[in-house]
Write a protein that binds this ligand. Structure first.
Ligand code: FE2
Ligand code: FE2
Length: 188
């Protein structure tokens, strides 16, 4: 037992980031994992969603997410690093929760509201991560990395706002009793 603990400590130490640059690269690996996981998850959300605006938003964001993966590869490259993924437990948890919500809701406005809730948790995680990475890139004076990260950060913020708009103008009120209602009545 003690031996295992020592071996684990040794292993952990070799993975310890001792400066901001290393910590920044670790963050890139984390979000690289997350974006790749989302490329696999967004099609499932698309299939389960029924509202046309929501479906279009998910489809567009999937295309954007694929571009973000490439942008991250360019970010690694600009730092002279190989693009590598490191398991992100946070995104795994958010995705798992989203799958549970899809299984536990009736298809239609209620499930759509659940999909929006999950998708917004994803966006907020991404906004927090890219915001931090942008601050690190700025401190490290990595201009190319900063520009690439800020572009993606802008896309994540827009995507989050679009999801709020879809929920506020239409979906959430339909979900109150789970049925479609007149759209005119729902604008807040
Ligand atoms: Fe993303
Ligand atoms: Fe996103």
């Amino acid at each position: 037992m003690e031996k295992n603990k020592k071996a684990k400590e040794k292993q952990d130490k070799s993975a310890v980031a001792s400066n901001l640059r290393d910590f920044f690269i670790d963050g890139l690996k984390d979000i690289y994992y997350a974006e790749n996981a989302l490329v696999k998850t967004l099609p499932k959300m698309f299939e389960q969603a029924t509202d046309q605006k929501l479906k279009t938003a998910i489809k567009d964001h999937l295309a954007q997410t694929k571009e973000q993966v490439v942008r991250l590869e360019k970010t690694f490259e600009s730092m002279g690093e190989k693009a590598e993924a490191k398991q992100c437990h946070a995104i795994d948890g958010i995705i798992k929760e989203g799958e549970e919500i899809m299984n536990e809701t009736a298809e239609g406005p209620v499930r759509d509201a659940g999909i929006i809730a999950s998708a917004q948790k994803v966006e907020h995680y991404e906004i927090a991560t890219y915001g931090t990475l942008a601050a690190f890139a700025k401190t490290l004076n990595e201009r190319t990395a900063l520009d690439l990260i800020l572009k993606t950060l802008g896309e994540e913020k827009k995507s989050d706002m679009l999801l709020s708009y879809i929920a506020d103008t239409n979906l959430n009120s339909q979900a109150v009793d789970g049925k479609l209602q007149s759209k005119d009545l729902n604008a807040v």
